[in-house]
Design a protein around this ligand. Structure first.
Ligand SMILES: [Zn+2]
Length: 102
């Protein structure tokens, strides 16, 4: 359940979610679930963390858009800003790993 390519999304399969960055719709499995933990955006790899989740393409461009439009505080209904440094690191690693894999 990992290492799938992102290029061929099949919206017919499984539930769809909207990316908080580009506002594009994609299959839930193509998006990264993110939850807020103590003022920090945390990637929820297994989809098991409790609380309100936001969905994002694992792409830096989408993360940038989400941060710019303050999509995370809005999605999580929190005041102020959230720390996205760890999330950004994760997304960057995901992008590198994905493009390196066959
Ligand atoms: Zn997106």
């Amino acid at each position: 359940m990992s290492g799938r390519t992102l290029t061929r999304a099949c919206p017919e399969y499984g539930p769809e979610r909207t990316c908080v960055g580009c506002r594009g719709r994609a299959a839930k499995s193509e998006l990264l679930r993110i939850v807020a933990v103590e003022g920090e955006c945390v990637p929820d790899h297994r989809g098991t963390l409790p609380g309100r989740g936001a969905y994002l393409h694992p792409a830096v461009v989408c993360l940038d858009q989400a941060v710019r439009r303050k999509a995370f505080p809005r999605a999580f209904r929190v005041q102020g800003s959230l720390d996205t440094a760890a999330l950004r690191r994760h997304v960057e690693q995901t992008v590198v790993a994905d493009s390196a894999a066959p």
